[in-house]
Design a protein around this ligand. Structure first.
Ligand SMILES: [Zn+2]
Length: 389
């Protein structure tokens, strides 16, 4: 009997695994994978100021190539549970859809790649022609410091090597098969602080209002950062907050701040981007405006998996099963792929993202079956025909 991705997804949804709680989801996978012959490890990571988080690594086979499927069992909170038509942790089936928090992001995706691997093993004497692994974290929707980034380092320390990775995050926009994510923009947060001299609003000549300086610098930093690149849209700097914190009507403040975020493409490294922004501010400030930048540390650097044998293999599998020709996209927010890319080439392909994080999140049963068939085809092609490494 083939593995049933709908039943696995339903069982996972019934685990209340809101970050950072494991909620039984990893234990469920551990048992399922151990029964199929996987070597399963659990690893709990912690750090001062964050909640400890449980993670799972499972592998079957000892030889290369090691094809790893990555994902997260944690989910965002359901919000007001009473407005869900189908309770968020019940895993109800209705109208040919499976409902519940995580149905799309991404317990559904995990259920599909687990089912696909189990089917492949059952059809091939219980062993892959290489190795199949699962890298599953419980810390993706939170601060993401005790999850994939540490799990990868932990695995590397044990001598694990990965050849290619598929991350099962919802990647499709309208229909299953329309989009593979083959890269992500980088993300960088900063604060611009302009200093002035505080004083009475009736005597501006005795003060130096930092707000005018801030306005000048904000205007200067709106200039385009680039015109885009072969695989990416133009980089973009967006101010997210302007703060003076002044509750008084007759006071010119001594300091003004503006927070901003930059989503940047592969024309920049993080440090080159900071230099560019600081240079522009300097030119606009002249001798007149006193300012400083406060950069937040960021582990979200830009990356792209360039088209090649691995992307070709995934595109072919998707086209054969769905009849659609997926495009390679680099749009959207960051994901754990930014950590995986330091170890091996990574692609993101999962369900259709439309209802993720929403009330009554749900996935069509047919999509769960089709996605399982796609993963199964990818695994078959990977091990039976091989891909250039
Ligand atoms: Zn996700």
């Amino acid at each position: 009997m083939p593995a049933d991705p709908v039943a696995i997804a339903r069982d996972l949804i019934r685990c209340r695994s809101v970050t950072p709680d494991e909620g039984g989801a990893l234990s469920y996978l551990q048992e399922l994978l151990a029964r199929a012959g996987f070597d399963v490890h659990r690893a709990i990571f912690a750090e001062p100021g964050t909640a400890p988080v449980d993670n799972l690594y499972a592998r079957i086979g000892k030889a290369a190539p090691n094809l790893v499927f990555a994902g997260h069992t944690d989910v965002v909170p359901p919000g007001n549970e009473t407005i869900w038509a189908h309770p968020p942790f019940a895993g109800e089936l209705a109208g040919e859809r499976l409902y519940g928090r995580g149905a799309v992001d991404m317990k559904g995706g995990i259920a599909c790649f687990v089912a696909a691997a189990l089917d492949h093993l059952a059809a091939n004497g219980g062993k892959p022609n290489g190795s199949i692994s699962f890298l599953i974290t419980g810390d993706e929707e939170g601060v993401a410091v005790n999850g994939t980034v540490k799990l990868l380092a932990w695995a590397a320390e044990r001598g694990e090597t990965f050849d290619h990775c598929i991350l099962g995050e919802p990647s499709n926009v309208e229909a299953l098969g329309d989009t593979i994510k083959a890269g992500r923009r980088g993300s960088l947060n900063g604060t611009l602080i302009v200093s002035g001299r505080q004083g009475h609003v009736a005597y501006p000549e005795r003060t130096d209002n930092p707000i005018s300086g801030l306005v000048t610098l904000i205007a200067a930093l709106q200039a385009p950062l680039d015109a885009g690149s072969e695989h990416f849209a133009p980089s973009h700097l967006e101010f997210t907050s302007v703060d003076v914190g002044n509750t008084t009507v007759n006071l010119i403040p001594g300091e003004a701040r503006a927070r901003f975020n930059v989503r940047y493409n592969d024309r920049h490294s993080q440090s080159a981007l900071k230099t560019l922004i600081e240079r522009r501010a300097k030119a606009a400030a002249g001798e007149r405006i006193r300012y400083a930048f406060d950069w937040q540390p960021s582990n979200a650097d830009v990356f792209v998996t360039k088209p090649g044998p691995f992307t070709d293999l995934a595109i072919a599998a998707i086209a054969e099963i769905t009849g659609r020709q997926p495009k390679l996209s680099t749009s959207g927010g960051t994901s754990d792929a930014r950590f995986v890319k330091n170890y091996c080439p990574v692609l993101e392909f999962g369900l259709v993202g439309q209802t993720m994080h929403q009330t009554d999140e749900s996935a069509p049963v047919q999509d769960l079956l089709t996605l399982t068939a796609i993963y199964r085809r990818i695994i078959e092609k990977y091990f039976n025909r091989g891909v250039d490494r």
